[in-house]
Design a protein around this ligand. Structure first.
Ligand SMILES: *Cc1c(COP(=O)(O)O)cnc(C)c1O
Length: 380
């Protein structure tokens, strides 16, 4: 079945739920045994819950994997994956990374002797050199947040596998609708379902999808042992959101590209970082690896920090807020907001300069969004 059909039907069979067309919320902690020593398909909601199972199965099918796992948050999903590793292990991590993931590596797992070795994964020679140290895995995001750089998932996966390292890809920015990392060679896909998969800014959630029974066994064990799973209410909301993922992604993509093209010509804008633009240095890779660019991108203002503050303070339809992927448009300042957990020095080394603005373009009418930016830029 095709993506749009799977998004609506995968994981749910009305016959298993009294004919209910929508997956019910199984708001129960525990399940009655059928008899002594005879549990049913579920026994306790940390180990498994029918609402969660429907979501996990749906996400697995959308990513083209064998097993999916739903977590309380994107960070819970990432932390659970990282618990597969042991003290002394090294993970090669792309040096352009979501701030929360960087903090997880540096302030949580570094203390447990699980070390992140940061490498620019756009450079195959640097990756090869890092792989010679026998890391257990390579961790990447593509496109990156907020710089919108791409990593060639196929090339990195092939190289990592030569050295026996697993590849973990955070697919939050594009969702499986625009990019399927497992098909490009990655071993594990992580998501913050908070973003596009749920899409309505009313849940925090996470997911992991794998296509390997050994990895599925490990992640499933850790999800239960650590209790990082998502609750049934949240799973229900994410299931509701995912049904329209294809439509939303198409429209996010259309709106964001239109605004990016318009900003590119705006006199107060220095550069636009959007992989769907011909001016993006990796546009060709974007065409090869993805079928769209989603709704999130960044741009630099030519007027420095004063211009940035003016723009942020004067947007009305764009809400000043962190996060992304919802139906409403958001605008934010990575230096002082989403990426504030990184030191200024690390930020600057990455290219997160104070003139950088990130937008999550929602599903409003593009002309209203451009008008909002135009009037906020007027005094900038
Ligand atoms: C938001 C986000 C996360 C973290 O997810 P939460 O649901 O906020 O815990 C991880 N990776 C990326 C790329 C994100 O945007």
């Amino acid at each position: 079945m095709k993506f749009k059909t799977l998004a609506i039907h995968a994981g749910h069979d009305p016959k298993e739920h009294q004919g209910a067309v929508m997956t019910p919320i199984y708001q129960t902690s525990t399940f009655a045994f059928r008899g002594v020593g005879e549990p049913g398909p579920f026994d306790y909601s940390r180990s498994g819950n029918p609402t969660r199972k429907a979501l996990e199965s749906c996400l697995a099918q959308l990513e083209g994997g064998s097993n999916g796992f739903a977590f309380a948050t994107g960070m819970a999903a990432e932390a659970t994956v990282l618990m597969m590793f042991s003290a002394g292990d090294t993970i090669v991590v792309h040096d352009d990374l979501y701030g929360g993931t960087y903090r997880l590596f540096e302030s949580v797992f570094a203390n447990k002797q699980i070390r992140a070795h940061y490498v620019d994964l756009r450079n195959a020679e640097k990756l090869r050199a890092a792989l010679a140290d026998k890391p257990k895995a390579v961790w990447l995001e593509s496109p990156t947040n907020p710089l919108m750089n791409l990593v060639d998932i196929r090339a990195v996966s092939d190289l990592a596998h030569e050295y026996g390292a697993r590849v973990i890809c955070d697919n939050t920015f594009l969702s499986p609708y625009f990019q399927r990392p497992l098909q490009l060679g990655a071993d594990i896909v992580t998501h913050s379902t908070t973003k596009y998969i749920n899409g309505h800014s009313d849940v925090v959630g996470g997911a992991v999808v794998v296509n390997d029974p050994v990895l599925a066994e490990k992640i499933g064990f850790l999800q239960n042992a650590m209790g990082t799973c998502a609750g049934p209410q949240d799973c229900f909301l994410v299931l509701r959101g995912v049904k329209t993922l294809a439509l939303r992604m198409e429209e996010h993509n259309r709106n964001a590209l239109a605004i990016a093209r318009w900003l590119e010509k705006h006199p107060k804008v220095a550069t636009v970082l959007h992989p769907g633009l011909e001016s993006h240095p990796q546009h060709e890779l974007a065409l090869r690896q993805t079928t769209g660019s989603g709704g999130t991108f960044s741009f630099r203002l030519s007027g420095g920090e004063a211009a940035v503050n003016h723009l942020l303070a004067n947007c009305k339809t764009f809400t000043l807020a962190e996060s992304l992927g919802g139906v409403e448009s958001l605008i934010e300042h990575p230096t002082t907001m989403t990426h504030a957990s990184m030191s200024r020095e690390v930020q600057l080394k990455m290219g997160i300069t104070p003139d950088l603005i990130r937008v999550s373009v929602g599903l409003e009418d593009a002309s209203d969004l451009m008008e909002d930016l135009e009037s906020a830029l007027a005094g900038a």
